[in-house]
Design a protein around this ligand. Structure first.
Ligand code: FEO
Ligand code: CA
Ligand code: CA
Ligand code: CA
Length: 633
C-alpha cells in the first residue's frame, strides 16, 4: 500500500496505515469490555488487578487526595480549564511569548522567513528547523545555549511553494532535510523579551546531511557499510529527533525516532528482511520523497542505509565544530528520549523508551564511571543495555542484553536491539514515550502514551501483548504513567518495584476503567501523556500528544496540554492548554529558572490553526514566565 502524508492525517495515523490493526472495534464496545471502574479502584478481580491498587504497595503515591493534603498542595496555581481555543492558555499570573518559530533566521545574512512559500533549501539551512520537540539549555560563561530537536515536518506547510504540498524539486528535498535535525541557538532576554541571538558563534544547524561519527559496538560492522561509507564509521545526518537528554558533562543527546518513514524502494519487488519489517522499513516512505534527490534513501540501491539510523546522538553544544557522535551502545530502536542519571556508584545510567505499540523500555549502564571535572566524553561509548521485565505483583527486573543471553554479538545487539529484547521475553509496553527521573529521590517515571493494539494483536516481532501489569487496559486509548523505584535507591540495581502514577481517562463519559485512576477527575482529565520532565522541586510536568477531537470518549478534554503532577500526593493539575491541533512537548528552564521553555509542535496539523501569527501555522518554542518574575519550577 502506498502511504503518503497529507494534511488530514496525523503522524501516528500514518504509522498505523503502514501496519494497521487487525480489527477495528468501536470505542464504546472497548469500554464495555473492560473491568468496571469500581472494580479496579478496589483492586477487585479483573485483568491485571494488582496494577490498579494505587498506593497499596511499598510505593506511597497515586492515592486519592484527602482534604488536608489538598490544603498543602505544592501545585500553587489556579488550574487552567480544558479548552479548544487557537492560542496558548496559562494560569492567572503567568504569561507566554514566542521564543523562536520554524524558519526564523539564525544569522543576519539569511533571508527573512517567507510565510507564502515556507522558504528554500538555502534559507532553511540558516534557519530554525521545523516541528520543535525535546530541548535542553546549557549555560556557558554566562551565556545560554538552547538545543532544540526538529522532529519532522508537515508537507503542506513546509512545501507551501507547491500547490499540492508535495515536494517536487531537488531544492524541496534540500529544504525538507534542513528542516529536520537539531537547532543549536544562543538565546537571551533583551528588553524583557526572549529571542535568538543572531550570529552567535554557537548558532548551528545539524540536519539530515550533517556528517557524524558512528561510535560504540556497531562502529565498522558490515551491516553499517554503504557505497558512500565503505568502512561503516561515518553517518550522514540525523532526523526524526524526538525527545532528548542532557549529560552532566555538558552534552546534548538527541534521539532518532521514526527514522523508517524516510526510506522507500524504487524496485517494488525489493525483498524486505524480517529485521527491516521489525523496524517498519517498507517500500514506501511517508511522503517525504527524499529518495527522489538522494539515492541512499532508496532501499533497492542502498539497503543498509537504514541500519545507520535509530540511535542516540551526542552533541557538544559549546563546541560548534565538534562532530556529533552516534552512540550505538544505547541501542537502535524508535528512541523517544534519553534520561540520564549518575548512580551512587558512579556509573552513568540512561533510561530509554522505544515508542511503538508493544515495544520495550530499556536501561543503559556505562562500563566506566563518571568523574566530576574529569574527561567523561566517551562514557556512552561502552556499557550494557538492559530491557525491562514487569511482573504483575508490582516487582520487576532489568535483563542484560549480552552475547550470552541473546546469542547475538555486541554489534548485532546494538543494531537489532528489538530482536535481542524479544529473545529475552521483555515486557511489551503501551508505547514508551518520555522517561523522567526524580532529581530528589530514586524513582523514575515513563509515559505509556496509548496502545489500541493492547490485547488485540502482538507487536511487530510477534510478542504477545496481554492486558496485564503496567499495561492493564485492552485497546488502551488514554495512556498511563508507570513509576518504578530501583532497589536500594540504586539506579544500577537489577530489581525494582513499580506502580501506576496515573491511569488517564475520562470520568465524565465512563464509569469503568476508561474513567482513569482516582487522581483523574472531570476537571484535570487528559489523554495520551507523552513528554515528562521533572523540575528542581521534584514536580513532574506532563505533556500530551493525544486525541484533540473533544468528542466522544475525549469530550471535555480540549486541545493538547501540559499538566503538573506531585509524585508525593498523586495530585495533578492542568497548567497550560495549547492551540488547535498541536502537541505540547519538550521543556527546559532558563539559567535563573524564572522562564520555562516549551515546544508547541505542529499546530494546525490538519489545517485548522493560524497560530501563532495568523496565516500559516508554525511550530514554535514558547517562553513562559510569571508576571511577578518569580521562579517557575
Ligand atoms: Fe516523537 Fe514518540 O514521540
Ligand atoms: Ca512529536
Ligand atoms: Ca513524543
Ligand atoms: Ca506521541
Amino acid at each position: 500500500m502506498s502511504v503518503k502524508q497529507d494534511q488530514v492525517l496525523g503522524f501516528d495515523e500514518h504509522d498505523e496505515m503502514v501496519r494497521p490493526a487487525m480489527e477495528v472495534v468501536e470505542f464504546e464496545e472497548t469500554a464495555k469490555a473492560m473491568v468496571s471502574r469500581r472494580g479496579f479502584l478496589s483492586g477487585g478481580a479483573a485483568v491485571g488487578a494488582t496494577a490498579f491498587v494505587m498506593g497499596s504497595t511499598t510505593l506511597a503515591a497515586g492515592k486519592a487526595l484527602a482534604g488536608e493534603e489538598m490544603k498543602m498542595s505544592r501545585l500553587a496555581f489556579e488550574m487552567v480549564k480544558a479548552n479548544a481555543h487557537d492560542t496558548v492558555t496559562v494560569p492567572k499570573g503567568y504569561k507566554w511569548e514566542v521564543l523562536a518559530s520554524w524558519g526564523e533566521p539564525l544569522f543576519s545574512n539569511a533571508p527573512a522567513f517567507d510565510p507564502k512559500t515556507g522558504g528554500t533549501g538555502a534559507s532553511q539551512e540558516m534557519a530554525f528547523g521545523d516541528h520543535n520537540d525535546g530541548m535542553a539549555l546549557f549555560v556557558h560563561n554566562g551565556r545560554q545555549i538552547l538545543c532544540v530537536n526538529n522532529e519532522y515536518t508537515n508537507l503542506n506547510t513546509l512545501h507551501a511553494n507547491r500547490a499540492d504540498g508535495k515536494p517536487t524539486t531537488a531544492d524541496d528535498i534540500r529544504k525538507s532535510k534542513a528542516a529536520h535535525g537539531v537547532s543549536v541557538v544562543e538565546i537571551a532576554r533583551t528588553g524583557g523579551n526572549w529571542g535568538i541571538v543572531k550570529d552567535s558563534e554557537f548558532n548551528r544547524r545539524i540536519t539530515a546531511d550533517t556528517e557524524m561519527d558512528i561510535t560504540g559496538p556497531a562502529r565498522g560492522h558490515d551491516l553499517l557499510k554503504t557505497k558512500a561509507d565503505p568502512r561503516g564509521v561515518v553517518a550522514k545526518g540525523t532526523w526524526n529527533n524526538c525527545g532528548n537528554g542532557q549529560t552532566p558533562w555538558g552534552t546534548y543527546l538527541t534521539c532518532e525516532e521514526n527514522f523508517n518513514g524516510y526510506f522507500s524502494s524504487s524496485n517494488k519487488e525489493f525483498p524486505l528482511t524480517s529485521q527491516m519489517k521489525r523496524y517498519g522499513i517498507s517500500h514506501d516512505d511517508w511522503g517525504y520523497s527524499w529518495a527522489m534527490a538522494d539515492e541512499r534513501f532508496d532501499l533497492s540501491k542502498e539497503p543498509q542505509e537504514p541500519n545507520r539510523f535509530g540511535y542516540i546522538v551526542e552533541i557538544d553544544p559549546m563546541n560548534p565544530t565538534a562532530r556529533p557522535k552516534k552512540r550505538t551502545a544505547l541501542g537502535r530502536f524508535k528512541h523517544e528520549n534519553a534520561e540520564v542519571e549518575v548512580a551512587a556508584n558512579g556509573h552513568v545510567v540512561v533510561y530509554l523508551g522505544d515508542d511503538e505499540r508493544g515495544e520495550f523500555l530499556y536501561r543503559f549502564v556505562s562500563k566506566n564511571k563518571y568523574v566530576s571535572g574529569g574527561d567523561n566524553s566517551n562514557l556512552l561509548e561502552e556499557g550494557t543495555l538492559y530491557v525491562a521485565k514487569f511482573n504483575e505483583n508490582n516487582t520487576g527486573h532489568w535483563m542484560a542484553l549480552t552475547p550470552e543471553s541473546t546469542g547475538m554479538t555486541e554489534a548485532e545487539i546494538a543494531i537489532y536491539t528489538r530482536l535481542a529484547a524479544s529473545k529475552l521475553g521483555a515486557t511489551t509496553m503501551d508505547r514508551p514515550e518520555w522517561v523522567a527521573s526524580n532529581p530528589n529521590k530514586a524513582e523514575v517515571f515513563c509515559a505509556l502514551t496509548n496502545n489500541k493494539n493492547r490485547g488485540v494483536k502482538p507487536n511487530a516481532g510477534g510478542d504477545a501483548t496481554p492486558a496485564v501489569g503496567p499495561n492493564p487496559r485492552v485497546k488502551n486509548n488514554f495512556g498511563q504513567i508507570v513509576r518504578w523505584v530501583p532497589a536500594n535507591q540504586d539506579h544500577t540495581a537489577e530489581k525494582f518495584t513499580w506502580d501506576l502514577f496515573v491511569l488517564a481517562g475520562n470520568p465524565a463519559v465512563y464509569d469503568d476503567a476508561n474513567a482513569g485512576s482516582k487522581n483523574v477527575n472531570k476537571d484535570n482529565m487528559f489523554n495520551s501523556p507523552d513528554g515528562l520532565r521533572f523540575d528542581k522541586k521534584g514536580l513532574l510536568w506532563i505533556q500530551t500528544d493525544g486525541n484533540y477531537s473533544n468528542e466522544g470518549g475525549f469530550a471535555g478534554q480540549g486541545n493538547n496540554q501540559m499538566l503538573v503532577g506531585d509524585p508525593e500526593t498523586g495530585e495533578i493539575k492542568r497548567f497550560l492548554v495549547g492551540p488547535k491541533e498541536c502537541e505540547i512537548t519538550g521543556a527546559a528552564w532558563s539559567a535563573d529558572r524564572t522562564t520555562m521553555f516549551v515546544s508547541v509542535q505542529h499546530p494546525g496539523e490538519k489545517g485548522d490553526s493560524v497560530w501563532p501569527n495568523g496565516g500559516m501555522p508554525r511550530s514554535s518554542v514558547i517562553a513562559i514566565s510569571r508576571e511577578d518574575g518569580a521562579i517557575i519550577g
